[in-house]
Design a binder for this molecule. Structure first.
Ligand code: PGA
Length: 249
């Protein structure tokens, strides 16, 4: 049985004070939610505040990006060690907004994944096709390329610590969710690719989250699919009540 993961991705929202208030509001709402892992991806500046507010709960805090080097002359970047020191357990890597606006490639995703694993962070690695790619029948090719590129050179042992998030780019922030069946089909395909690259056992244990306009009113249908092991939630993770109702699907 794969343990579900419900992860929020705040993107560039919330100050330290707002992060703290959110976590304080969320804590009682998920105090008995032991059926899944709960993670919140906060902006760098709010990580320590979110970690502090989450103390005594099962809520894990994630960064939304990182650099792959341990330290160096990389103005504006943040290392895995800095994220760990802030108290984070997870890091989101390769989100489509980073691929689209900040030049993230499968090569940089791969370097970040390795550095995150070295630092004992759990990487939540995002993959997903553009609308044009889906419409031209290239979804599987894109997913395979992103998966293979992102996971290049990992041992099976390292791979066992990865969480994958399937986020069709056309469903992110658009209100246009993939149907549970469409998402499950993509997850099944990713699991096949994982089985071929690592092993059927590792693939069977891999947690694959769906992301893209997940809301309190569609989470149940998504989670009813055995292939869907949780969600990466953007917009609907900004409100504690809304996020809690997704956690408690
Ligand atoms: P959304 O974002 O839920 O607002 O569509 C999901 C994501 O970008 O991870």
């Amino acid at each position: 049985m794969r343990r579900p993961v419900i992860a929020g991705n705040w993107k560039m929202f919330k100050t330290q004070a707002e992060a703290r208030a959110f976590v304080i509001a969320l804590k009682p709402l998920v105090a008995n939610s032991s059926h899944c892992d709960i993670v919140i991806g906060a902006p760098f500046t709010a990580l320590a505040a979110a970690v502090d507010a989450a103390r005594g709960s099962a809520i894990g805090i994630a960064a939304q990006n990182m650099h792959w080097e341990k330290e160096g002359a990389f103005t504006g970047e943040i290392s895995a060690k800095m994220i760990v020191e802030a108290g984070c357990s997870h890091v989101i890597i390769g989100h489509s907004e980073r691929r689209q606006f900040f030049g993230e490639t499968d090569v940089t995703v791969n370097k970040k994944v390795k550095a995150a694993l070295d630092a004992e962070l759990v990487p939540i690695v995002c993959v997903g096709e553009l609308l044009a790619e889906r419409e031209s029948g290239r979804t599987e090719m894109v997913l395979e390329t992103q998966f293979i590129g992102g996971m290049a050179g990992l041992t099976a042992q390292q791979f066992s610590r990865i969480i994958i998030a399937y986020e069709p780019v056309w469903a992110i922030g658009t209100g246009r969710t993939a149907t549970p069946e469409m998402a499950a089909e993509a997850h099944r395909f990713l699991r096949q690719v994982a089985a071929a690259k690592f092993s059927p056992e590792r693939a069977a244990a891999l947690r694959i989250l769906y992301g893209g306009s997940v809301k309190p009113d569609n989470i149940k249908g998504l989670m009813a699919q055995v292939e869907i092991d949780g969600a990466l939630v953007g917009g609907a993770s900004l409100d504690a009540n809304s996020f809690a109702s997704i956690v408690n699907f």
